[in-house]
Design a protein. Structure first.
Length: 602
């Protein structure tokens, strides 16, 4: 029999052990099946049976045939660990224990079979069976978590928690991060299918009734109430914690109160409960952020009105200068309009050049939030400390043309300069947005404006290499051979960017009459520069445009001299390549993949 056939037979036997009766397993063993052989995941027949077979006689038969009780799979789990995890019949786990399986063996994350059952088991009887068999209910895993913590944080069944509590598990034990079972309790639990209420409420009730400290804090200062509000924010859980004495105005290590943790789940009924229980709507965290700063992502008209009525500040700024409105611009236009309708100041921060319009321009550059702010009277020409305007930011971030048109229609200055002398047209040219360029030119932008280095919009477009942007500027009558303070032309920047952008920009400029003999890097003619970049197409374009073929560079070389120098260099490289190949060198996976890609293209 071949090795492959043997492997296939063993795999079939392993699968059989997951469902077969005692008689079927015995027959397979008599037929030569091995009770100890592993499959590709190092699962033995015993692991398969422990994991899925509800009949304890299956594991007993394999053990009697010599199966190794402590054999581990690739993740370090034993048959008992798998029985604790997956098998709903507690008698299977008990059968393994009675035959000597180690109750305290450690699997992944240092978890014992009881910890695994507490976290994963869907039958609380499995947990009870392991406890009765003598499993350590306070065993710590690699996160310093106990079985009770695992049950509270990850299991869906409250009865698993009850079994551990009945056995005397410490409800106030802490893991390596200072968390107790109650902090984060029930986050994975679904709603009860009968009552529709969250199972987490029953879990929390069991823990609280057993003496869990509702005001315990983890190492970040987070309490159970904060954790619940930051996650699901179930009314029943919040109500239970408050009735049990949870501090509604406790602060974590960042100064955040429970109210400031409601970033994901801002439910009107829960909010009303917190406010009625004395939650301070004017509280701020250590960075000056109020409740509206934190709950912007979840705001509705109803919850906004409730918070404002409770004293929340609509236009307060945090230490970074953000107002709730400026943060809302990073979310969506609906929230922006909601805050504006409530009276938010659209020009808050104008004294330091950082208004909500800047945030809308920087983070999205979309017309929806920008339009809402402009309609409400936002100053479109306010300048930040570096002299940039909202229009410049939209252009720099490649924002929608509709956002550009909205700002221009509202009176944004197309010729304003930032602190480096850049104009909106230069920002548009740099980002390669020909549509924005045309909109700016139509609004009166100066196509020949200069920045602090004497560079023009055409030079910025040449740097970006976008042919359409260059054509838009050339159509506006720009000076094609204008010189910057460094004596560079737009053609120089196009040639400089050959390796990144190709020759399209060069072609457009040369067709528009750009001087092919202009100097680039100090005293280096364009033709030399193209030769040094080893770009035949660029050389062809320059020669076709009448470039002086024998012009000298600062080293008194002609273009041919430069080419011959390069040829000598590349011949030496070829010699080195040949030496390496003869020595047995191999290409790496990056070049190998590149070669494959090139073959696929061809």
């Amino acid at each position: 029999m071949t090795e492959r056939n043997t492997r296939e037979q063993q795999t079939a036997f392993n699968n059989l052990c997951a469902t077969a009766s005692q008689r079927e397993i015995e027959e397979a063993l008599r037929g030569g099946a091995s009770p100890t052989a592993c499959d590709g995941d190092r699962w033995t027949p015993l692991i398969w049976a422990a994991r899925a077979n509800p009949d304890p006689k299956a594991v007993l038969t394999l053990i009697a045939a010599g199966a190794d009780l402590e054999a581990r799979d690739e993740s370090g789990l034993t048959a008992l660990s798998w029985a604790a995890w997956c098998n709903r019949n507690p008698r299977v786990a008990l059968a393994l224990v009675e035959k000597g399986a180690d109750l305290e063996s450690r699997g992944f994350s240092g978890m014992t079979p009881l910890s695994i059952a507490a976290e994963r088991a869907r039958n609380p009887d499995v947990v009870r069976a392991l406890i009765l068999a003598g499993a350590d209910i306070e065993a710590r895993d690699s996160d310093d978590a106990t079985p009770l913590m695992r049950a509270a944080w990850y299991n869906e069944d409250p009865m698993v928690i009850r079994e551990l509590v009945k056995a005397g598990a410490d409800v106030n034990a802490r893991d390596k991060n200072g968390r107790t079972a109650l902090i984060g309790c029930g986050f994975c639990a679904p709603l009860d299918p009968d009552s529709g209420k969250p199972q987490s409420a029953r879990m929390a009730e069991i823990l609280v009734s057993a003496g869990a400290d509702v005001n315990a804090r983890d190492d970040s200062g987070c309490t159970a109430l904060m954790a619940e509000l930051a996650d699901s924010g179930h009314f029943e859980v919040v109500e239970l914690l408050l009735k049990s004495g949870a501090d509604v105005n406790a602060r974590d290590n960042k100064g955040r109160t429970p109210l400031l943790h409601m970033e994901r789940a801002l439910k009107p009924d829960v909010l009303a409960l917190l406010l009625a229980s004395g939650a301070d709507a004017t509280a701020r965290d250590d960075e000056g952020g109020g409740v509206l700063h934190h709950v912007v992502p979840a705001l509705s008209e109803e919850t906004l009105r409730m918070l404002l009525d409770a004293g929340a500040e609509l236009d307060s700024s945090n230490s970074r200068g953000d107002t709730p409105l400026s943060l809302a611009t990073r979310k969506d236009a609906a929230t922006v309009r909601l805050l504006i309708a409530a009276g938010a100041d659209v020009n808050a921060g104008i004294d330091r050049g950082c208004t909500p319009l800047f945030d809308a321009a920087y983070y999205f550059g979309r017309d929806d939030s920008i339009e809402a702010l402009v309609e409400a009277g936002a100053d479109v020409n306010v300048q930040a400390g570096d002299g940039t305007t909202p229009l410049m930011l939209v252009l720099e971030r490649g924002g929608d043309i509709s956002a550009v048109e909205c700002l221009l229609s509202a009176g944004a200055d197309p010729n304003v300069h930032d602190n480096k002398g850049k104009t909106p047209l230069m920002y548009a040219a740099e980002s390669g947005r020909a549509d924005s360029l045309r909109a700016l030119l139509a609004a009166g932008a100066d196509p020949n404006a200069r920045d602090g280095e004497g560079e023009t919009p055409l030079m910025y477009a040449a740097k970006g290499g976008d042919a359409d942007s260059l054509r838009a500027l050339l159509d506006a009558g720009v000076e094609v051979d204008a010189l910057s303070k460094g004596y560079y032309t737009a053609l120089f920047y196009a040639v400089e960017g050959l390796r990144s952008h190709g020759t399209d920009a060069m072609r457009v400029l040369l067709e528009a009459g750009a001087d092919p003999d202009a100097l680039g890097i100090p005293y280096t003619p364009m033709l030399h520069f193209a030769v040094d970049n080893v770009c035949p197409e660029a050389v062809r374009l320059l020669l076709g445009s009448g470039a002086f073929i024998n012009k000298l560079d600062k080293f008194n070389r002609t273009p041919l001299d430069a080419a011959l120098d390069a040829l000598e260099f590349y011949r030496k490289i070829e010699e080195i390549v040949e030496m390496l190949r003869k020595a047995g060198a191999e290409i790496g996976w990056v070049r190998e993949r590149k070669n494959i890609t090139e073959e696929e293209r061809s």
